[in-house]
Design a protein around this ligand. Structure first.
Ligand SMILES: O=C(CO)[C@@H](O)[C@@H](O)COP(=O)(O)O
Length: 230
């Protein structure tokens, strides 16, 4: 059986760094009120080897530490860690194998995004912030049972249809988000919940005015390439 000791020192050093990052980012799910009890999970793919670091399954957030994070290969086989990896390990691994530009995956059960997931309806693009962050609606993905790579397949299939979105609302389940690293995926999870909440309020007030697709493209282009400090 392959263990972390079989990898070069450079890889072992990145594993320790990513364990610390991923442990810290799990606390961000609590900070932004995106999870309850043991729900949700964060992973990050390594740059120096085909490995990933993910939350141990069913462990309460206050007990998560860098050393409790589990290291697996991109098939979900445990390489290092005292505890069993997340229920969603196979799905995170599937996403990494099929989306090589993705190095962070997050799953939450945040209230408003998960409520939209229960309706099976995309969150319509009625806010400039959605054009910025999602390049259109936040899409709903298919219903899939938990514990295999089926959720990951559903996320990848949906993002093939919505290539600008960093989020998929898996029907009857909740959001899965992606990013260039785990922090970007956590940001996407926080933004998904924010727009899900605002658009729910908007839907109570009246009909949603969806932004013209050409304007959505301009919003997304500016935000992704001009906004902020360069
Ligand atoms: O919804 C699911 C699985 O997708 C939950 O069980 C998940 O949020 C938390 O599971 P883990 O503790 O990561 O095994």
């Amino acid at each position: 059986m392959v263990t972390l000791q079989d990898y070069p020192a450079q890889v072992r050093a990145e594993v320790q760094q990513v364990r610390e990052q991923v442990a810290t980012l799990h606390q961000q799910l609590i900070t932004w009120n995106l999870v309850v009890w043991t729900a949700g999970n964060v992973s990050q793919r390594l740059r120096t080897a085909d490995l990933m670091v993910i939350k141990p399954s069913g462990v309460r957030y206050e007990f998560l530490t860098p050393q409790s994070m589990v290291v697996t290969d991109l098939e979900g086989n445990v390489i290092d860690g005292a505890e069993s990896p997340s229920s969603d390990t196979a799905s995170h691994a599937y996403i990494y194998r099929h989306m090589p530009e993705v190095y962070g995956v997050v799953h939450t059960h945040s209230t408003y995004a998960t409520a939209w997931a229960a309706t099976g309806k995309n969150i319509p693009c009625g806010l400039t912030m959605m054009g910025d962050e999602f390049g259109g609606p936040v899409p709903v993905g298919p219903f899939r049972l938990i514990g295999s790579e089926e959720i990951g397949k559903g996320v990848v299939e949906t993002l093939e249809q919505y290539p600008h979105s960093p989020a998929v609302l898996m029907q009857n389940h909740g959001p899965f988000t992606i990013g260039k690293d785990a922090e970007s995926a956590v940001k996407a999870a926080a933004m998904t919940e924010e727009v899900a909440h605002t658009m729910w309020v908007a839907a109570q007030l009246g009909d949603i005015i969806e932004i013209d697709p050409a304007d959505i493209a301009k919003l997304n282009e500016r935000y992704q390439n001009v906004y902020g400090q360069h």
